[in-house]
Design a protein. Structure first.
Length: 427
């Protein structure tokens, strides 16, 4: 009997040593493991084989979850970047594809580890090997004696678990089943069952998100192709067909201010001023600081004799770009029609300061002087230029001068010195 007892004690000690040494090696291997799934599987095995290493297992587990959470945050940032790319319709196709690749890459990386973020997996380690069962289902499995009927199902669940990555790890877990007590086995069945359900839910959720992103980029792609076709037709002066394609772009991407803007220009060139105005207003609502749209609306307000509105929009252009000499040129002319001669003078002088070759603005300058009761300064300009051509205009200077005076008189803007100017220019 004594001999038999010594043999049994020796065998037990040998098993303990044999079990303990691989556990420490496996834990060391888990620390170096770059694959989170493999690392988790190894930690699970170590925790089961050697409970004394549970603190080290907990610390390593926490570290892994922090890294996974970091990946999740990166995926969220990437998704925001993708949304931002969608709003910027003016981005080229190459830029959109770059954003898409970056977003998809981070999303795939997050998807590979997302099963580790479920509540059931968060509690996996402490729950599986805690002293007492914590769910009614686990208690029922343990107390009812039904565990023996779950052996085949449990093996199937282990083989299909996302937390156990390789065949070797699955094999190790299956071999451990014979060493686990009924309480641990019951908990493992419960957790793997809940993991399967959660995985299905999240998989479905992420698939829907991927599909939504793909649809957005597909719409963006179609919009870009139609934009190219519309631009090509516009350059060929086929404004009717070009307009149809710009409207198709808008159907695919209603946030494309460029499409609204270009469609407005097509309407304007086709003579439909009302629709042109409506499209320009929509384009401006999508991009309030678009200088081109502001200039077009300013010009249209002027054509409709809404001179104050015209002045308002041209000033907005100058707020955005204070060095736009063309905007100062237009403002100098519009100011004459709202009886603001000093503003006309200042804007004309600013035009010449920014672009000395824009000499035709001197017509606005001369009229500003007349309306400001500074006839001698206006006279000096008329005498100097009446027989010349402005570098920026093919018409004879005196024809421009006389036409501008005529336009002011039609608008109800008069001055006694207008007659002096006419006589001077006709002689």
């Amino acid at each position: 009997m004594k001999k038999m007892l010594f043999i049994l004690i020796g065998l037990s000690f040998t098993q303990f040593v044999i079990a303990q040494t691989p556990c420490k090696k496996m834990l060391a291997s888990a620390k170096k493991e770059k694959n989170y799934q493999k690392a988790i599987a190894k930690i699970n095995a170590v925790r089961h084989c050697d409970p004394s290493l549970s603190k080290e297992c907990d610390a390593l587990t926490l570290k892994i979850f922090k890294e996974i959470e970091s990946l999740k945050n990166k995926a969220k940032i990437a998704e925001k970047v993708a949304k931002k790319a969608q709003r910027k319709s003016q981005l080229s196709l190459i830029e959109i594809n770059k954003q898409k690749k970056k977003s998809d890459s981070l999303l795939i990386k997050s998807n590979e580890n997302r099963h580790l973020l479920f509540n059931s997996i968060n509690n996996f380690f402490s729950f599986l090997f805690s002293v007492k069962a914590t769910t009614e289902y686990t208690k029922w499995l343990e107390e009812s004696g039904e565990l023996s009927n779950f052996k085949g199902t449990l093996i199937f669940m282990i083989n299909n678990s996302r937390s156990i990555a390789t065949k070797e790890e699955r094999k190790s877990w299956i071999e451990l089943l014979s060493l686990m007590n009924s309480e641990q086995t019951a908990k493992l069945v419960d957790i793997l069952g809940r993991e399967t359900g959660k995985l299905y839910q999240i998989e479905k959720k992420y698939e829907q998100k991927k599909l939504k992103i793909k649809k957005k980029y597909l719409r963006k792609w179609k919009a870009l192709q139609m934009q190219k076709k519309a631009d090509s037709l516009f350059n060929k002066k086929n404004y009717g067909k070009s307009l149809l394609f710009y409207q198709k772009v808008i159907q695919q991407d209603s946030t494309s201010y460029i499409a609204w803007d270009n469609a407005g220009l097509c309407y304007k060139l086709l003579g439909n001023q009302e629709e042109a105005f409506n499209y320009y207003k929509k384009a401006l609502s999508l991009k309030p600081n678009n200088v081109w749209t502001l200039q077009q609306l300013s010009n249209m307000y002027f054509s409709n004799k809404e001179y104050l509105k015209s002045e308002e929009y041209m000033k907005k252009v100058l707020e955005i770009n204070p060095k736009d000499y063309e905007a100062y040129y237009s403002l100098s002319f519009y100011s004459l029609f709202i009886n603001k001669p000093q503003q006309a003078i200042n804007s004309a002088l600013k035009t010449l300061e920014l672009n000395p070759r824009a000499m035709s603005v001197e017509s606005n300058l001369a009229l500003g002087y007349i309306l400001n009761n500074e006839w001698n300064k206006a006279k000096e300009i008329y005498i100097k230029r009446k027989g010349e051509h402005f570098p920026d205009n093919k018409k004879l200077c005196k024809k421009i001068f006389l036409q501008d005076i005529k336009d002011l008189e039609k608008a109800g803007i008069t001055h006694p010195d207008f007659e002096k100017a006419k006589q001077l220019l006709k002689n």
